[in-house]
Write a new protein. Structure first.
Lengths: 264, 297
């Protein structure tokens, strides 16, 4: 059966984004950096709106903002893990900036219909063109390859940083590179489920995988599988049921899955 | 009359107070700022910022559900934040040895899940495009006198609790085992504090919007923490900073027509950066001051 048009684009982009989010999410949970991932996701919103206010492609703003802030977080926090208060304040300020750009965009375009806010905050995966979907898939694939390349030392550094540092694993540099990769994935996932919901795609499948297995490689595979299944189920549900936003559906399935693993 | 910001502070204040809606907004924001600064101070001390964050996320489906059911939004805020606080307290107690990584994943998933639910409810309500922005980012318009009274009532309740339980709560937050040994009901206090936090967040959200709660909840305490290690001074400073952030946000928004959230969060960021710079100066000269004691993990 040939699936055509916007659904095919959504499936292509959604699947690749799910793989990248599941994999990087597994490390995010392992390293207790969910809060940093959260901050990055909100920054994605600001970046997209800044680009919109300036009349640029939303994605240029998305990637620029998340990568810059990932670097900032890595440098500001004493170790590459910033403390909660610093992240919280940086994070609320970037959202505040996003509000300003939203104001500027609304006054600039004259129409304050709020669709741009809804789109960046909660995603619009059914609105992706085929070129956009292919680019999203390529970037997601690149991120996964990069992560696999640094996977072993990163795993070592995440589990036992002092020991890793002692055998000359560049712990700090790895932490920084990792945060940048999280930034890229955050920008990617924003296109699928929106800036506010992408944390669910990072945290829920990975959290479930961490509960189900302690083995790293099995855990990563499981996180990817759950993220993929949630994305497919969510897209299918939202395609069938009118009025169900795709972002909400995907996250709903992922969180339900996580809740299930906690219950059993 | 269009407001103009001048160098004359009296004329500025006079202009600010010219409209009823602005007076209401200022009163509500001040009440909430004081309460949030004090609760936030304890929250930062207890390292529960993530809980505060999650509670604010939960208020979003609360408001959307209330709108869908035709109830006042405040009812939804308080119901969902209260339920959220109970859930977080339960989760924290259930898995006593649960790893921190696990806990933050749960909190993150719950946060995203509740936002997803809120957006779904709001889509069903059909008011997405109009009310989304003000629910998420706050709005200075439309605070009624009745709402100001309600917020004041909540603030009094929250502050009264902290006035009574503040000392043992501080003790329990700084050194749990020792507090337990001297018969402080550590567990009960921690549950009670989460409930109070939920109440405070539900009130704060109505002023700042769901996503900008931290400007009043975390920033004042974070800034105070950088500047002093004395408890009383730090609390007071936190309140002053909170009020300053709220007033700067509303005031500049009134004169420029841009959202208060932008100015409030920018004020918070600037003050935090300055405070950090101020602290690091004497440190570099080698006069290291002890930071405010923090709860052990």
């Amino acid at each position: 059966m040939a699936i055509s048009g916007f659904l095919a684009n959504a499936l292509l982009a959604g699947s690749c984004i799910a793989v990248a989010s599941g994999l990087i999410g597994w490390f995010v949970v392992l390293r207790s950096q969910v809060f940093a991932g959260d901050a990055l996701s909100h920054v994605a919103f600001t970046g997209a709106l800044a680009a919109a206010a300036a009349g640029l492609d939303l994605r240029a703003g998305l990637f620029a903002a998340t990568i810059v802030v990932a670097l900032l977080l890595g440098v500001l926090g004493e170790r590459a893990r910033a403390d909660d208060v610093t992240i919280g304040i940086v994070f609320v300020w970037t959202l505040g900036l996003g509000v300003l750009f939203l104001d500027l965009f609304n006054t600039g375009s004259g129409a304050s219909d709020g669709t741009i806010a809804a789109r960046t905050l909660f995603g619009s995966i059914f609105g992706l063109g085929s070129g956009e979907a292919e680019l999203a898939a390529l970037i997601a694939a690149g991120t996964v390859l990069a992560l696999l390349a640094i996977g072993r030392p990163l795993l070592f550094a995440s589990i036992d940083a002092p020991a890793a540092a002692a055998v000359r694993v560049p712990v700090r540099a790895l932490g920084l590179v990792f945060l940048v990769l999280v930034g890229v994935v955050a920008a990617e996932a924003t296109q699928a489920v929106g800036a506010l919901l992408l944390l669910g795609l990072l945290a829920a499948p990975a959290g479930a995988a961490h509960r189900l297995t302690a083995s790293p490689y099995r855990g990563m595979a499981l996180a990817v599988a759950i993220a993929l299944a949630s994305t497919w189920a969510g897209l299918g549900l939202s395609y069938e049921i009118a009025g169900l936003p795709p972002g909400s559906a995907v996250i709903g399935v992922a969180v339900a899955f996580y809740a299930l693993t906690i219950a059993i | 009359m269009t407001p103009h910001l001048t160098v004359d502070l009296f004329s500025d204040v006079e202009q600010l107070l010219a409209y009823r809606f602005m007076v209401n907004a200022l009163e509500a924001a001040s009440v909430v700022a004081v309460m949030a600064a004090v609760v936030g101070w304890f929250m930062v001390l207890r390292r529960e910022t993530f809980a505060g964050h999650t509670l604010s996320m939960m208020s979003f489906p609360g408001a959307a559900a209330a709108a869908l059911a035709g109830l006042p939004l405040a009812a939804g805020y308080f119901a969902f934040c209260g339920a959220g606080a109970v859930m977080i307290a339960g989760a924290a107690q259930g898995g006593g040895a649960a790893r921190q990584a696990e806990r933050s994943a749960v909190i993150g998933a719950v946060g995203a899940g509740s936002l997803a639910l809120g957006y779904l409810l709001l889509s069903l309500y059909g008011g997405v495009l109009e009310s989304l922005e003000s629910l998420l980012f706050g709005s200075i318009l439309g605070v009624t006198s009745g709402e100001v009274e309600m917020l004041a009532l909540v603030a009094v309740a929250v502050l009264a609790f902290l006035a009574v339980a503040g000392r043992p709560l501080f003790f329990a937050s700084v050194d749990g085992p020792l507090a337990r040994a001297s018969r402080v009901p550590v567990r009960a206090l921690s549950v009670a504090f989460l409930l109070v936090l939920g109440l405070a967040v539900a009130a704060t959200v109505q002023i700042t919007g769901v996503l900008l709660v931290f400007a009043l909840l975390v920033a004042p305490a974070g800034i105070a923490r950088e500047l002093t290690s004395r408890i009383g001074v730090s609390l007071l400073l936190s309140v002053v900073v909170g009020l300053l952030i709220a007033w700067v946000g509303l005031g500049l928004s009134y004169f420029t027509n841009y959202s208060p959230g932008f100015f409030a969060t920018t004020a918070a960021m600037v003050l935090f950066t300055l405070a950090r710079a101020a602290r690091s100066l004497p440190e570099r000269r080698g006069r290291r001051e002890a930071p405010v004691p923090e709860a052990s993990l």
